[in-house]
Design a protein around this ligand. Sequence first.
Ligand SMILES: CC(=O)SCCNC(=O)CCNC(=O)[C@H](O)C(C)(C)COP(=O)(O)OP(=O)(O)OC[C@H]1O[C@@H](n2cnc3c(N)ncnc32)[C@H](O)[C@@H]1OP(=O)(O)O
Ligand SMILES: CC(=O)C(=O)O
Ligand SMILES: [Mg+2]
Length: 352
Amino acid sequence: MIGMRPPKDFFRPLAVGAPEPLREIPVRPSRMIHFFPPSVDKMVAKVPDIIPTVDVLLANLEDGVPATDKDAARAGMVRVAQDNDFGETQFWTRINSLDSPWCLDDLTAAVLEAGEALDVIMVPKVEGPEDIHYVDRLLAQLEAKAGLDTPLQVHAILETARGVANVEEICGASPRMQGLSLGPADLAANRRMKTTRVGGGHPGYLVRSDPDADNPEAARATFQQDLWHYTIARMVDACVTHGILPFYGPFGDIKDTQACEDQFRNAYLLGCVGAWSLHPVQIGIAKTVFSPDPADVAHAKRVVDAMGDGTGAIMLDGKMEDDASVKQCRVVLELARELSARDPELAEAYDL
Ligand SMILES: CC(=O)SCCNC(=O)CCNC(=O)[C@H](O)C(C)(C)COP(=O)(O)OP(=O)(O)OC[C@H]1O[C@@H](n2cnc3c(N)ncnc32)[C@H](O)[C@@H]1OP(=O)(O)O
Ligand SMILES: CC(=O)C(=O)O
Ligand SMILES: [Mg+2]
C-alpha cells in the first residue's frame, strides 16, 4: 500500500542505534489509566501513595493543563519519572497535540529525561497513520540518543471524525502501537454532536416504545441509548485486528459514580481493557468493573472443566456449551489469572 513500509521492513528500527521494535504488545493489567496534572505540586506530592493503587499512572501534559503551565507540567513529569519507583505500575505521559507549540519539547523531554521510566506515550488527536509515522521516527531518533534498550509504545486517542474514519490504518501504522482510547469530548466537538458532557450518555438520545393501541394517551416508555456504542465497537474491532488494546476514555461527571460505572461496564462488556480515572473516586470504579466478577470466573471454570478437550456440545445448567462458548470462558479466565498475579485479593476471590 502507498505510504506503508514493506512487510520485511516493518520491524526494523527507524534510527541507527534505536532499540528493536516489539513484536507483541505486552499485556499488563491496565484497568485504569489514572490522570494527574504534573504542574500541580499538591498532586505530585500524592504520587507515591497513588502508584500502588493504580495499574497505569499518567502525567498529563495536554488539555486540562493551562497554556501557562505547560513548561511546569513537563518538568513535573520528568521529576515524577526520576523520583519514583513504579514497581508493577506502568507510567505513561500524554503529550500535547502534534500541531501544538509544546509537542516537540514534550517528546524530547519524555525520551531523554524520563525514557527509562516511561512505558507508553499517549498521543492526542491522531487523525491518520501519518501522525503515527511522525512520532515513530522521532521516538527512534530520541531513543538512540538516550541509549534506551526498550522502545516506548504509542497510544493514540481517537477524538476526531477523521481519526475514526482512519482507525484501522492508525492501529497498524507502527509496531509501537499499544492501544487506543476514546476521546468523547473532542470527538463530540469535532463531529458537531450536540452534547456538552465529557463522555457518558445523554437523556435526549433515546428510543420510545410504540403507543398502546387500546390506550393511545398512556405514557410510553423511553430507553436511553449509548452515544458511544458505535465508536467503541469500531475501536475494539480495529484494535483486536491489529493485536493492540482498546480503552474507554474519561467520564467527566465525577459525582455521578453510578453512571460512570455503567459507562465503564458497557466498555468492559464490549471488549475494552480499561478506562481513564480523572479523580481518585474513579480508581475503585474502574478496578471493580474491569476485573471479572468472581461468579463469572467460577462459571467459566466450570464450563472449561466440563468441556474436556474443548470440542463438542454439552448441556450445563440447562444451557448449551460448545467450542465457541468455551473460548468465551477462556477469555474471562485468562484475564482473571493476569489480574490474580497482580492483586492478592482477587487471587483469593478467584481461587484459580
Ligand atoms: C477530556 C480530557 O482530556 S480528560 C483529561 C484531562 N483532565 C484531567 O486530567 C483532570 C484530572 N483531574 C483533576 O485535575 C481534578 O480531579 C479536578 C480539577 C477535576 C478536580 O480536583 P479537585 O477540585 O481538587 O477535586 P476534589 O476536591 O474532589 O479532590 C479531592 C482530593 O483528591 C485529589 N485529587 C483530585 N483529582 C486527583 C487526581 N486526578 N489525582 C490525584 N489526586 C486527585 C485532590 O487534590 C483532593 O486532595 P485533598 O483532599 O488532599 O485536597
Ligand atoms: C479524552 C479526551 O481527550 C477527550 O475526550 O477529548
Ligand atoms: Mg481531547
